[in-house]
Each structure stands twice: as C-alpha cells, then as structure tokens.
Design a protein around this ligand. Structure first.
Ligand SMILES: Nc1ncnc2c1ncn2[C@@H]1O[C@H](COP(=O)(O)OP(=O)(O)OP(=O)(O)O)[C@@H](O)[C@H]1O
Ligand SMILES: Cc1ncc(CO)c(N)n1
Length: 269
C-alpha cells in the first residue's frame, strides 16, 4: 500500500513547560492538537508545577534556545508562532533575536508574568526588554488586565479603560491587541480587541464560577495561533479562541487539588 500523506499547518510555541500539564507548552500543544495543527516547541523554561502552584523552575541555557530555533528553521515550515513564559530579560532578548532572524509567520505575544497562584514567571526587570524588543515584533499581544497595566503604566479599574490600554499598547509598536477580561469580576467575561486598522470589538461569554482556570490565557493564544495558521482572519481567530476557551472552562474536568486545568477535549466545530 502506498502511504497516504496528510498535511497539517505547522505552528510553534516558545514558552515554559508545566509538569502539571495544564498551562504553558503543555496547554499549547494540547490546544494545537485539538485545532488540527502540528505543534512544535522551543522550551525556554522548565517548571516544577501543579495545580497548587510553581514549586521550582529553571531557565534553559541561551545556546540551547538558539539551537532549538535553528533545528526548527532547518526542517520545518512554521506558519505562525506564539510566546508564553520567557523568564528573564536575557531570555526575552534571545527569543527576540531569533524571531528577527527567522520567519515563523505572524507572532502572537502572550506577555505571561505571573502564574495563577502568584508565582513570578517573568522577572520584574525583563518588562523593559519585553516592551523594547518583543512588542515591536508582535502581530498580536494578548495581555490580561494586570499585564496590560504593567506594560502601559495605566491603572484600569473598569472595562471602560480597556480601549485606552489597547491604544497605549499599539503606540508601543504592536499591530493588534487583545485585552483579556478574566481578572475583572463581572458576570460577563468581556475581552476587547483593537485591530491594526483601528477597528475594534468586544467578545463576551458568561463567567463560569470555578477555580479551574489554570492555563486559560495560554489556551486562548494557542487557539488564535492555530486558527491563523489555518488561514482564518485575525478577528475570526480571536472569536474562535474565545469560544474554545469559554467551553473548555465551562465543561470542567477533575484534575489536581487547586487551580485545575481546562478541558482541552471540547470541540467548537
Ligand atoms: N471564569 C471564567 N469564565 C469564562 N471565561 C473566562 C474565565 N476566566 C477567564 N476567562 C477567559 O479566558 C481567557 C483568558 O483570560 P485571563 O484573563 O484569565 O487570562 P490569563 O490571566 O492570561 O490566564 P492564565 O494566566 O491562567 O493563562 C479570556 O478569553 C477570558 O475571557
Ligand atoms: C510554564 C507556564 N506558562 C504559563 C503559565 C500561565 O498560565 C504557567 N502557569 N506556567
């Protein structure tokens, strides 16, 4: 029998691992698999983590970051990519250098700073490097509320300020912005998108009252990355991302004793 060759778009996540399987590279790869794209990964950090918190972490040697990028560039046609946990300023810088060197398609930056339990995933002094070196490379940035505040220096106490946060981020060089509203306390969880052409829209879903929200941001950005690789427009990809993450939170699974992971098995189409 001759082989039957199936082809899937190839995508890349540049982030940290989560031994607990719910966030970071693990959430990204599960999402990629469900969205029918072929997932690859540059491991920037390894975390010893579960649903209760981050117990330990280690950042990869910078040469190994370069080596992973080189391996992928030599053999794959990466259509889109995303970043997650990047650890410190030196690693943000190294990732930015590699993203400038290779064309891995549209770049989604999820500016991960703190884990759900409060553990830092990006050192404070790295924020400057994210702003100066990474954001200008981003096609899309997807901060949660606290991250948007840190990046812009604007304190936001209501949804009315999301457009101001997004415009401030655009002024920092990002083309498209998605502000995530998971950290607000409203009954409707509303995210706000501001696109490069100046158009904007809100997307909302009912809030699921649960502590099982580990990896929500990673899952959203990974879905957008996958859908862009399938050729969806950015606004369609964002809407599909929100739909997937809302369903994956609502149809919960029982894993661990703390901030449990999402149900990546849900289907949206
Ligand atoms: N309780 C919830 N019910 C429904 N949707 C939610 C809930 N919490 C978050 N979301 C949605 O999940 C996505 C991620 O939002 P959030 O603000 O939690 O990101 P995050 O803090 O970066 O997540 P994480 O750090 O866990 O990866 C957004 O689309 C948001 O609207
Ligand atoms: C490795 C890693 N990346 C991202 C997050 C945020 O969800 C986390 N908790 N752990």
């Amino acid at each position: 029998m001759t082989e039957k060759i199936n082809s899937f778009p190839q995508v890349l996540t540049i982030a940290g691992t989560d031994s607990g399987g719910g966030a970071g590279i693990m959430a990204d790869l599960k999402t990629f698999q469900m969205q029918k794209v072929f997932g690859t990964a540059v491991v920037v950090a390894v975390t010893a983590q579960n649903t209760l918190g981050v117990q330990d972490s280690f950042l990869m040697p910078l040469e190994l970051i370069d080596a992973q990028f080189t391996s992928l560039a030599a053999d794959f046609k990466i259509r889109t990519c995303k970043t997650g946990m990047l650890g410190d300023a030196a690693h943000v810088h190294q990732v930015a250098l590699n993203l400038k060197k290779y064309d891995f398609g549209p770049i989604t930056i999820d500016p991960v700073m703190v884990a759900k339990g409060g553990a830092p995933l990006l050192s404070k002094d790295a924020v400057k490097t994210v702003k100066e070196e990474l954001l200008p490379l981003a096609d899309l940035v997807t901060p949660n509320l606290p991250e948007a505040e840190v990046l812009t220096g604007i304190k936001a106490n209501s949804e009315k300020q999301y457009p101001a946060l997004a415009h401030a981020l655009q002024e920092m060089g990002v083309k498209n912005v998605l502000i995530k509203g998971g950290h607000a306390e409203n009954e409707l969880v509303r995210d706000y998108a501001l696109l490069a052409d100046g158009t904007d829209f809100w997307i909302s879903s009912p809030r699921t009252h649960t502590k099982r929200t580990h990896g929500t941001g990673d899952t959203l950005a990974a879905t957008i990355t996958a859908q862009l690789a399938h050729g969806q427009t950015l606004s369609a990809a964002i809407k599909l991302g929100k739909q997937y993450v809302a369903k994956a939170i609502a149809e919960t699974i029982q894993v661990g004793h703390g901030h449990g992971p999402l149900n990546h098995w849900v289907k949206i189409n």
